[in-house]
Structures are given as C-alpha cells and as structure tokens.
Design a protein around this ligand. Structure first.
Ligand SMILES: Cc1cc2nc3c(=O)[nH]c(=O)nc-3n(C[C@H](O)[C@H](O)[C@H](O)COP(=O)(O)OP(=O)(O)OC[C@H]3O[C@@H](n4cnc5c(N)ncnc54)[C@H](O)[C@@H]3O)c2cc1C
Length: 375
C-alpha cells in the first residue's frame, strides 16, 4: 500500500508523537511510523522538567489528567554515602512512559494522524521527495522527521558517524512498590555509573541506572551486579532493600551513545535523541525531545506557508535553533557525567556543594531550559 503525506515521522516516542500532534493540529497531513505498540514500558528515569508544561498545554495536552507526582527537590549521594540536597529551580513531575506515550498516541490518533505500526526498513531521498518503506507499506513525503531515538536501524541505514563508535553504556530500569518521599528525585552514584530514584503516578517508584559495560560484565546477572556494586552506596542499598520489583524482571538496553550527532542528515530533520542524547543524570532528555519537536514543527509550518522559501533555508534554520537551545546543555551534561563518574572529583564536588549549597541549583540550571515560550 502507498500513502502520500506532507510530513512523515519515523519513530513514535515523545519527540515523534509531539510533532505529530503539533503538525496535524495545523492541518498538515501527517503519517507516523512506529515499530512497537502502545502502551509499552521504556528504559527511562521518567522525571520530566516543568519547562515543557506551557507548550503541552498549548497543544491541548493536560498532564494533570494523568496524576503525575509533583517533584520539587533534588538529592545527590556519592558512593561513600555523602549527600547534597537542593530545591529544583523549576521543578518537574514523574510520569511513566507507559502512560505518557500512550496518552500522546491517543491524542495523535484523535487528530487524524495516520499511524502505521511497522518497522521502517528503508528511507531514500530523490527529486526533492522522500520515500520510506516497511514490510507492507510505502510512504512518500516532502518532509521527513527522524524521531527514531538513541539508536536505530535507520541510523545504520544512514551510515551515521556515531554508529561506528564504541557505546560502552547500558541502562537498567524497574518499577517498584515501597516507601519514598513523593517530592524528591534522587541521583545516587556508584562505581561506574549512577542511579535515579523518583516516583511516577500511583505511588510507583522508578529506579533506573546507567552503568558502564566493562564493570557490569564482571558479574553473572543484574541481581549480583546490584548487590556487589550499587549496594556499596548505603542510600541505594536502603532503596533497593525497602522496595519490591513490580516487573517480572528489570528492563535493559545497551550500546547507549553520547557521541555528537547532526540535527539534519540526508535532508532528514532529526528531533529528540536522534539529534543528540544528553546524559540522563541531567534528567532533561524528555523535555528536550518535546522542545525539539516544537522547534521543528514551527519551522515546517513556516515552510508550508511559504514563510521559509526553500528546503535549504529550512535545514539551516533548524540547525541554528537546535544548537542555540541544546548545544550548551548537552556539553554541560558531558562535563557533569565526567565529574560524577570519577570518585575523587565527585567527593570534592559534594564537599564543595555542602559548603556552598547555592551552587547546586545553579549547576542544574545549566542543563535545564527555561519554560518554553508560546507564540
Ligand atoms: C537510563 C536513562 C534514563 C533516562 N532518564 C530520563 C529522565 O529521568 N528524564 C528525562 O527527561 N530523560 C531521561 N532520559 C532520556 C529520555 O529517555 C530520552 O531523551 C527520550 O526518551 C527521547 O525521546 P525520543 O522520542 O527522542 O526517543 P524514544 O522515546 O526512544 O522514541 C523513539 C521511537 O522510535 C521507534 N523506532 C526506532 N527505530 C524505528 C524504525 N526503524 N521504525 C519505526 N520506529 C522506530 C522506537 O520504537 C521508539 O518508540 C533517560 C535516558 C536513559 C538512557
């Protein structure tokens, strides 16, 4: 079957679904192709910065309907158990991807987006048009948004640079029941990684950690690794020992890359993690995915109403906007990750923060954006 659209979106995570809603609300014909079904769990800390709320409201998306947990405080601990605490400058909320992505999917469907649940296996560009294929369908479109996440077969198809570099990180996530303060997002350091702990809807605790593969592979399974490595941090030990896993087993992903990516490649406009992944310790990837969808959607609408006169101008404007909003945040995330994966520097850092507590909110501001302005 063949479909023609104004915009084809490859990938239906937060970035792809938000762009689908924004563009379809402005009368463009949108097709989104997503390989998995909804609802589904995803490896993610599920803490979202409040900066995206005004934008979501402008799209008619009311997050409070989902009963998120309101989060206003941040706690940090080192492997040796030292802690630092701060008020979050903007605050945020906890909501599972199981609930949030499905909510956006339903909204995109009600906006008459065509959603195809298949894997994109090829995408090509010629005569100013794209065509993308799945096992059963072909979609043609003038504009393609790449929203296929951190690592996809489409990256390999496009022969993107980062795909050839080593990706030594893996991540583990589980939902748990137990006791935990509602308003806190905590980041606990351990040898070779860090672990986020916070609540999502219905009192569920999210425990999600990023670990370096070299250390992880020395242990026979996740349980063994957690007990021998994560439990060295007494705060993490206490969190795990006082909570019960709600999944059959934790979810894992591997080969996570923080290498630089290009916001436009082969004329595809990349949004969300496809354009660049910020270290999860910043807790800002989801807000960036949603914000980049807004930037791309507004420029595409300008292109379709002739305010942007060529594809070249569209691509240049998007690259400029992307770098302006996210370049510094990703850079700061990389620096912070280096600090927090070095034991000696982390201890010094926490001592410094303990003596000068005002530093921590200032550092958090460097990796977060301001509330997204609505035109
Ligand atoms: C360990 C960890 C913890 C994190 N914690 C947080 C946090 O607490 N707060 C925060 O803000 N951010 C966090 N992040 C980052 C956040 O998860 C991402 O930034 C966010 O999910 C990006 O959304 P996206 O839409 O770009 O990608 P995704 O949500 O990954 O969506 C990509 C979609 O593309 C689909 N896809 C891929 N290839 C194809 C194909 N060929 N055909 C069709 N579909 C395809 C996939 O199935 C997927 O649904 C964390 C990341 C990690 C790794």
């Amino acid at each position: 079957m063949e479909t023609n659209s104004d915009v084809l979106i490859i990938g239906g995570g937060l970035a792809g679904l938000t762009a689908a809603i924004h563009l379809s609300q402005n009368n463009l014909k949108v097709t989104l192709i997503e390989k998995s079904s909804y609802p589904r769990h995803k490896v993610c800390g599920e803490y979202i910065s409040n900066e995206i709320l005004p934008y979501l409201r402008s799209l008619g998306i009311n997050i409070s309907e989902l009963n998120p947990t309101k989060i206003s405080k941040f706690e940090f601990s080192t492997n040796s158990g030292k802690t630092a605490k701060a008020q979050l400058p903007l605050g945020g909320f906890g909501i599972s991807r199981y609930v949030l992505d499905d909510f956006l999917y339903q909204k995109a469907l009600s906006n008459n987006c065509t959603i195809i649940k298949e894997n994109v296996i090829d995408v090509s560009f010629s005569n100013d048009f794209f065509s993308a294929t799945t096992a059963n369908q072909m979609v043609t479109a003038k504009i393609v948004l790449g929203a296929f996440g951190k690592r996809s077969n489409v990256d390999q198809l496009l022969d993107r640079n980062f795909f050839h570099k080593k990706s030594p990180w893996l991540a583990v996530k589980g939902h748990y029941s137990g006791n935990l303060d509602n308003d806190v997002v905590a980041l606990h350091n351990f040898k070779g990684g860090y672990c986020g702990v916070s609540k999502v809807e219905h009192n569920i605790i999210n425990i999600c950690y990023l670990a370096d593969y070299a250390t992880f592979k020395q242990y026979k399974n996740i349980e063994d690794y957690q007990q021998n490595v994560l439990y060295k941090n007494k705060h993490l030990k206490s969190v795990f020992e006082n909570s019960s896993l709600l999944f059959d087993k934790p979810l894992t992903i591997s080969q996570i890359s923080f290498e630089k990516k290009q916001p436009v490649e082969n004329h595809i406009i990349m949004i969300g993690d496809t354009a660049g992944l910020i270290h999860p310790l910043c807790g800002n990837g989801m807000a960036m995915a949603i914000h980049s969808a807004k930037i791309a959607s507004e420029l595409i609408l300008a292109f379709y109403t002739d305010k942007i006169i060529s594809r070249d101008q569209l691509e240049k404007k998007y690259i400029k906007e992307w770098n302006k909003h996210f370049g510094k945040r990703i850079f700061m995330g990389r620096i912070l990750a280096r600090i927090l994966t070095n034991k000696a520097i982390t201890n010094m850092f926490v001592s410094l923060v303990a003596s000068y507590p005002k530093i921590l909110p200032e550092i958090i501001k460097q990796t977060h954006g301001k509330p997204i302005p609505i035109n």
